[in-house]
Design a binder for this molecule. Sequence first.
Ligand code: ASP
Length: 258
Amino acid sequence: MLSEGCAAIDVVEKVITMMEDDPIFDAGTGSFRNLNGVVEMDAMVMNSEENCGAVHCIQKVRNPIQVARMVMEKTPHSILTGSGAVQFARLHGFEEYEPALSDVKNPSEEIKGRERSLRDIQYYVEEIRKEDHIFSTVGVVALDQAGRLVAGTSTGGIRMKMPGRVGDSAIPGAGTYCTREIGLSATGEGEKILRMCLTYQSARDYLNTGKLTDSLRKNVKRASEIDCICGLIALTRDGEFSFAHNGAFMPVYYRTNK
Ligand code: ASP
């Protein structure tokens, strides 16, 4: 698409849509369910004009990234949440769709039979998370022939999250960030990533030093210091690409005109 002259925003939307439609990822179809057994998704796009659109806790749509783009392009707002995001999606023709996979256990079933005080549930969830450490949010950054950068991220959040929980992915400067010079997307433990302003800080360090990989590594190291498992991808206006992560794995794909 890029070699044919398509806009970066179209490429980011298309590639994230493909990953949302692939049940292997925790985004769109196949997203983790929350403690009530419901899928609530966060998605965001941001461009080099520093415009962004995001949805938080959106339910029952197939492609949250497409709704996020519409928030950016068709509203004066940056973020729509919950029922408002769903209402906006329906108004723009997004049909009702169930992203939860039927063969994935509903957490409320897993918890059944246990004493269901809030404290027990929290303990149980923390125990699961210790073993878990699986993050499969998706992110894309693209640079088009006109020099426009766009970054996007889409997620079902973390496994067994509390209803209404919002992670880093669709918070500007936390899980997604884009300026004229650099676009970034992050994955990992959302609570810690958003407290660290991970993508914003990585962008600042790159702007101050001009060293892309060093800036990403420095911020991933900062994350390690607070036991935050995370990863970052980044692309600059000059077409320089890099990534860094401290988790067990983070699949990354990139392609240039060379
Ligand atoms: N960062 C995401 C969140 O906390 C999870 C992930 O990266 O898989 O919602």
